[in-house]
Design a protein around this ligand. Sequence first.
Ligand SMILES: Nc1ncnc2c1ncn2[C@@H]1O[C@H](COP(=O)(O)OP(=O)(O)OP(=O)(O)O)[C@@H](O)[C@H]1O
Ligand SMILES: [Mg+2]
Length: 114
Amino acid sequence: MSDIIQLLPDAIANQIAAGEVVQRPASVVKELLENAIDAGGTLINLVVRDAGKGLIQVIDNGKGMSATDARMCFERHATSKIRRTEDIYDIHTLGFRGEALASIAAVAQVDLTS
Ligand SMILES: Nc1ncnc2c1ncn2[C@@H]1O[C@H](COP(=O)(O)OP(=O)(O)OP(=O)(O)O)[C@@H](O)[C@H]1O
Ligand SMILES: [Mg+2]
């Protein structure tokens, strides 16, 4: 029997995985607001255009990101919120999977400014 199984390219795998995080534009709003809160933001500005299909913009006054982190955050499983297995049993943040921004970036045009 011939072999038919191939590994998917990363870009396609990321788009498929994104479906778990981004069901609709509201999912993106939820993830970005959670990130703003996790970053310690006390003032969070949300702009939504065309029900989120045209623009979803979140601006927060949280701790911000270094230049390297601003690139790293779009990698899958890249997070500052857990480091080892035990941390999963002691979560104090709304997110911890390191998947939201990678998923959003797989299915949307994203601009990040820090
Ligand atoms: N608004 C923000 N301010 C500062 N850092 C942020 C902000 N949003 C994201 N980050 C950083 O980027 C990392 C990746 O964000 P992302 O939402 O992809 O994952 P997460 O929040 O760690 O987990 P989850 O996938 O469960 O949301 C975060 O762990 C955090 O360090
Ligand atoms: Mg998050």
